[in-house]
Design a protein around this ligand. Structure first.
Ligand code: CA
Length: 400
């Protein structure tokens, strides 16, 4: 029996000893931040526990130093924490806080942020909606993981309110663009990869584990009307940069060894830097709730490009990956309508509204709407690995 007080704490709990995600929390009005690990429905304060490997990395109120420390330190700390939470007796200095009593913070300083586009179903659906008269998949898509550099400064922790963005758009039937609050505000359910370890360029696909610390869910909020008007020829800009929500809990990559799956074979040979090793995907099952109604269940195992290939690609030209960099998978969409990762696809460009519980009809997000993305993955010995949710509520655009 573990000393953790949650009655169900054990491998059958999605936040049991097989998971142990890291986050940063505060408890009091002073806002003093501590690094913690989630155990069941509690947070274990790591800054208060003596004798952990890498203890000196855990006291700054953020994960930056731990991310920089590298894979060996991550493994030693995780091993020690696994022993500690499985022990019968409460260790000296242990401070547990009920999850409901803490405030979570963005857990690390986000460096560069890259957003990929690695779901073939999503890329084809968006192609059909945005460019109905053209081939849905552009010719580069099967040769490289398409991506763009996003805006790190507006990455916010789960629970942060999302202010409806304003910008230019050009309605289909209008001759001139208009300026105002977005009327087609959308979500993108994605999986984010938090980078750590040494600064490095040209990361081989089989060395991804030295540079990816863990996984966190992402909601890449998107203003479709702004996006559609601005995105050619240089790609997404203001339609994406106003906010990106990141889950408060980062699940170590080491917790996902049993969730690895083979990716679908590419339709032709790949460039050598994308082809080495065994590029594995991850079998995360996502779930998107809109005002409490589950509207879609995107399967991450259907993605075409792996995190290893994405990291290899984003560094192949000599660009470096640094601790605190974040890259996201791109919207996760499975083959069927109830598996798509955004409302643009769910409502087919707003033409086919969905009905939420209570009979409310929706195409895109209204002010006051809340979206919560959760996920699970297979863990060792039939257990389940849970992921911290990423939640956000839309508030009105400022006047003017
Ligand atoms: Ca995205």
């Amino acid at each position: 029996m573990s000393w953790i007080p949650d009655p169900a704490f054990g491998p059958e709990h999605p936040f049991g000893p097989q998971t142990l995600p890291y986050g940063v929390f505060s408890t009091g009005p002073d806002g003093f931040r501590s690094v913690g690990v989630r155990v069941g429905d509690h947070v274990l304060d790591l800054s208060a526990l003596p004798g952990l490997p890498g203890q000196e990395l855990l006291v700054g109120g953020g994960l930056d130093a731990l991310l920089a420390a590298g894979r060996d330190t991550w493994a030693r700390l995780r091993d020690a924490l696994t022993d500690l939470v499985n022990a019968d007796d409460e260790p000296q200095g242990a401070q547990l806080h009920p999850l409901a009593s803490v405030r979570m913070h963005l857990p690390f300083t986000v460096g560069d942020y890259v957003d990929f586009y690695s779901s073939r179903n999503h890329a084809e659906n968006v192609g059909r909606i945005f460019r109905p008269d053209a081939e849905p998949l552009l010719p580069n898509w099967t040769h490289l993981p398409v991506g763009y550099h996003g805006r790190a400064g507006t990455i916010v922790v789960s629970g942060t309110e999302i202010v409806r963005p304003a910008g230019q758009s050009k309605p289909r039937d209008a001759d001139e663009p208009v300026y105002g609050p977005s009327r087609r505000l959308d979500v993108e359910a994605e999986v984010g990869f938090v980078c750590g370890g040494p600064v490095r360029s040209r990361v081989p696909v089989d060395e991804v584990e030295s540079h990816v610390f863990g996984v966190a869910l992402v909601n890449d909020w998107s203003a479709r009307d702004i996006q559609a008007w601005e995105y050619q020829p240089l790609g997404p800009f203001l339609g994406k940069s106003f906010a990106t929500s990141l889950a408060a809990w980062i699940t170590p990559l080491a917790a996902l060894a049993d969730a690895r799956v083979e990716l679908a074979k590419p339709p032709h040979p790949l460039a050598s830097y994308l082809d080495g090793g065994q590029p594995w995907g991850l079998d995360l099952s996502l779930q998107v709730s809109w005002n409490g109604t589950v509207v879609t269940r995107p399967p991450f195992a259907t993605m075409s490009w792996s995190c290893a290939q994405q990291l290899a690609h984003l560094t192949v030209n000599g660009a470096t990956v640094r601790p605190g960099d974040l890259f996201a998978s791109g919207t996760v969409s499975g083959p069927s309508r109830d598996q798509v990762g955004c409302f643009l696809e769910l409502t087919w460009g707003g033409r086919e509204p969905v009905t939420l519980d209570g009979g409310v009809s929706r195409t895109f997000l209204e002010d006051g709407d809340e979206v919560v993305i959760t996920a699970t993955a297979p863990g060792p010995s039939g257990s389940v690995v849970g992921f911290g949710e990423v939640a956000g509520r839309v508030v009105p655009a400022p006047a003017g």
